[in-house]
Design a binder for this molecule. Sequence first.
Ligand code: MF3
Ligand code: CO
Ligand code: CO
Length: 248
Amino acid sequence: MIVKSDKEREGMRAASRVVKAALVEAEKFIKPGVTTLEIDAVVEQVIRSHGATPSSKGFHGYPNASCISVNDVVVHGIPSLQTVKDGDIVSVDITALLNGYQGDAARTFAVGTASEADIKLMDAAKAAFFAGIEYAKAGGKVGDISAAVQLYTELHGFGVVRALTGHGIGHKMHEPPEVPNYGRHGTGSPLKAGMCICVEPMITAGDWRVKVDRDGWTTRTMDGSRAAHYENTVIINGDGAEPEILTL
Ligand code: MF3
Ligand code: CO
Ligand code: CO
């Protein structure tokens, strides 16, 4: 959506704060031996305790409050009785609806002790987000963000997933425009002041190609390499000003 009024901005901020709070509690809870369903329960409890609802639950039939994606799963992992182990990496993606406004964010967390390679992968997903955000200003194009995310990711030797993209956000979780993590400067929709979008690099330690499991959701790398996801909800500003990152 294009956020015009102070009331709308505050609505987007408040929904985003709920998402952030749920991510904070999920991170604290994650340790070797917990199941991904238990992590999801923590997320759902935090969301509901704020008077918000988990937008992913029932979204095109998706069963849970969060997406929890372990190791080679890039996104849309369905919480289950699978326990996470020392050395695993776990991506948690949360969307919450509060008073008609959506917030959406994701992080990848290490379980116990992370390898050097996984730390580099997780750091690169975050850094790719911030590389893209440099171009998240009115007067630019969506492709400026996409190209910057892709350039950063590939220069550091990682793969950038193409099958899924970032997106506009507002009263609905997914609104136009799509915000791909690959593309060319100067292409795509114009970025306008007040536009609210999710920028969400999904990057892999190997090849960028992904496949979807028989469950219709679980999206994993074809080559079995690990993946990281870093997402925030942001409002584009005018006059060359920095965007406001709502889920930080
Ligand atoms: N939060 C995801 C995104 O970043 C979408 C979740 S899809 C769902 O766009 F089905 F799990 F809800
Ligand atoms: Co998300
Ligand atoms: Co999103």
